[in-house]
Design a protein around this ligand. Structure first.
Ligand code: FES
Length: 152
């Protein structure tokens, strides 16, 4: 990890005030922003870690925890909301055993994300399962699909 972080740092060494670019590079490299990366940059650049966390938690694009192996993305835009996105989310959270603000299962198999409009409103409610579109989705079908995925 240190080697990759040094590469990122080198790329931005003259713009070290530009925390967002550093975080974007880290996220692209690791799929999330590891605490070690923030500690490393904070130490190297002599910037308080809280500044990195402030940026990382402000923008929805950043994750502070790793994604699961399987990613389920539920659209919560207006059309999908009206057509039952909340029921889908609660059904999937129950099936995956996600509580509180957890979006990833303890075994790291599934991440459940909520996003704004995916741009396919005529198929609402829309869910992506590992990037594949499930239009006119419903919780029962998705739960069955997840159970099949769990067996694999
Ligand atoms: S609101 Fe869900 S795809 Fe547009």
């Amino acid at each position: 990890m240190k080697k990759k972080l040094d590469q990122i740092l080198k790329k931005y060494h003259k713009r070290n005030e530009n925390i967002i670019f550093l975080l974007q590079e880290v996220q692209e490299s690791f799929g999330y922003i590891p605490r070690e990366a923030i500690d490393y940059f904070a130490r190297k650049l002599q910037i308080a870690p809280s500044k990195f966390y402030g940026v990382a938690t402000f923008y929805a694009q950043f994750r502070l925890t790793p994604m699961g192996k399987n990613n389920i993305t539920v659209c919560c835009g207006t059309a999908c909301h009206v057509r039952g996105a909340e029921r889908i989310i609660s059904g999937l959270r129950r099936e995956l055993g996600l509580d509180g603000e957890n979006d990833t299962t303890e075994d790291g198999e599934f991440t459940l994300e909520e996003v704004a409009c995916l741009g396919t409103c005529s198929f609402a409610p829309v869910v992506l399962v590992n990037g594949d579109v499930r239009g006119r989705a419903n919780a029962d079908r998705l739960v069955k699909e997840i159970r099949k995925m769990k067996k694999k």
